[in-house]
Design a protein around this ligand. Structure first.
Ligand SMILES: Cc1ncc(COP(=O)(O)O)c(C=O)c1O
Length: 445
């Protein structure tokens, strides 16, 4: 950590503000390596420990009320302890949580999703996004009889071996045998020429292209005009399946980004919000493809099983959450995202800064880069120290966001809280300004 007075002040204040979290971190680290059972949950000097959450807020063991703009990395869309989700789970769990048989809960959630998402005729339920993309790729390989998969640099599809070497900040290669990634190809996101070339050149061996409609974990990088359409056309023409990974992007539109952009893939994965805050992954697609799992008209359906697949309590939570995530609610939460973006851009300009804020719907990512972030490589240039300090400074001000500059809203945040958030961002940028003026002059207007 830099010894610059701005940095020292922010870190000292954090240390003073979160002593009970420190105690818990020291206690936990004895039993859980790193003191966090998820790599992303750890940050220096120690992560905050949350006692409970209610609505748009979380409460730490110090007794601080924080505005939560992480929303469990996007898994929560109605904030914490939403009464309808809680009631559905409570009513359901008394009748047993899982029976390992088909259930009405599975029917209700499957129907809701198929009614909404253009690319869904049929779905299968899994337990995480990671599992969903793993099965999407297996499905594409089984259907086409081909092995190679093309992904976009900066695209994140979970942590299974084939895709773990994902966003550059999140490159995991240790422990993965080379063979697992030998059939993975990669082109930059937002480079339709490179994507078309790769699809055409590899078509005889290429099972699928897997991509997020916009880079989510990779920095909320939006697709340039026509990108998705061009990739749809070339994959169709070349007999290659197109998989949209909408695990993150689904929340921005009633039918996901494929509805928003009017481009329908062959297979789609969703997750996160769809489970109402409980663990879920969903793989779906056109009937002609999903019927590979059909026991009735296929002699050897593709095997897909799992102890917790279609877990009834998850189905109930997901159905309750999605039922009230209707078109009007999505329009409202997206308007809050736009309000945040407007206020933040004004603050950035007022502070004389040349940095980026990318926003779509209820998702916003700030980047300390002095040109538009169009590719994963642009995002990687963002100044790490400023991200770290912004995150800690916001925590000092009782705002809990994702360290890499990502903000995820819930339907529970009020307009007043959005304006308060803009105000806190403005204070934080002002706090960082002397450091930027000294060390990061390329970020000044
Ligand atoms: C686009 C995308 N795909 C896959 C995943 C992995 O999902 P999970 O964390 O549920 O395994 C994520 C998680 O952030 C994601 O954003």
């Amino acid at each position: 950590m830099s010894a610059h007075p701005v940095a020292a002040k922010i870190v000292d204040k954090y240390r003073e503000t979160y002593p009970a979290s420190r105690e818990r971190h020291q206690r936990l680290v004895k039993y859980i390596p790193g003191g966090a059972t998820r790599s992303l949950s750890y940050f220096k000097p120690w992560p905050i420990h949350i006692d409970y959450g209610k609505g748009a807020h979380v409460y730490t063991h110090e007794g601080h009320e924080l505005l939560d703009v992480t929303n469990a990395y996007g898994a929560l869309v109605h904030g914490h302890g939403d009464p309808d989700v809680v009631a559905a789970v409570q009513a359901g769990i008394e009748r047993g949580s899982q029976y390992s048989t088909p259930t009405d809960g599975q029917y209700r959630l499957a129907k809701l999703l198929c009614d909404r998402v253009p690319g869904f005729d049929k779905v299968r339920f899994l337990n995480s996004g990671t599992e969903a993309t793993m099965f999407a790729m297996r499905t594409a390989r089984a259907i086409t009889g081909k092995d190679k998969i093309l992904k976009m640099t900066g695209g994140f599809h979970g942590t299974h071996d084939c895709v773990a070497a994902s966003t550059k900040k999140n490159v995991i290669t240790a422990g993965i045998p080379a063979g697992m990634t030998a059939d993975m190809l990669e082109v930059p996101f937002n480079d339709p020429v490179a994507a078309e070339k790769a699809v055409k050149e590899n078509a005889p061996h290429l099972a699928a292209v897997i991509m997020e409609p916009f880079l989510g974990a990779g920095g909320v990088v939006l697709p340039e005009e026509g990108l998705l359409k061009r990739i749809r056309e070339v994959t169709r023409a070349q007999g290659v399946l197109l998989i949209f990974d909408e695990i993150f992007s689904f929340r921005v539109d009633i039918g996901g980004c494929q509805n928003l952009y009017g481009v329908v893939p062959d297979l789609t994965t969703v997750g996160k919000v769809v489970g109402g805050g409980l663990p879920i992954g969903v793989l779906g697609g056109k009937a002609e493809f999903m019927n590979i799992y059909c026991h009735e008209n296929t002699e050897k359906p593709l095997y897909h099983s799992g102890t917790f697949n279609g877990y009834e309590t998850v189905m109930q939570a997901g159905f309750a959450a999605m039922t009230k995530y209707d078109e009007q609610t999505i329009a409202d939460i997206n308007a809050k995202g736009a309000r945040f973006q407007k206020g933040l851009l004004a603050s950035i300009a007022d502070n004389g800064l040349n940095i980026q804020s990318n926003q779509i719907g209820s998702l916003l990512n700030i980047h300390f880069v002095n040109r538009p972030t169009i590719k994963a490589a642009d995002v990687l240039e963002s100044e790490e120290e400023l991200h770290t300090l912004m995150h800690l400074s916001l925590l000092n001000k009782r705002i809990f966001n994702i360290p890499r500059g990502l903000f995820i809203l819930s339907t529970k945040i009020t307009d007043d809280e959005m304006d308060m958030l803009v105000g806190k961002m403005d204070e934080t940028l002002k706090e960082l300004l002397p450091l930027i003026q000294e060390k990061y002059t390329h970020l000044l207007l």
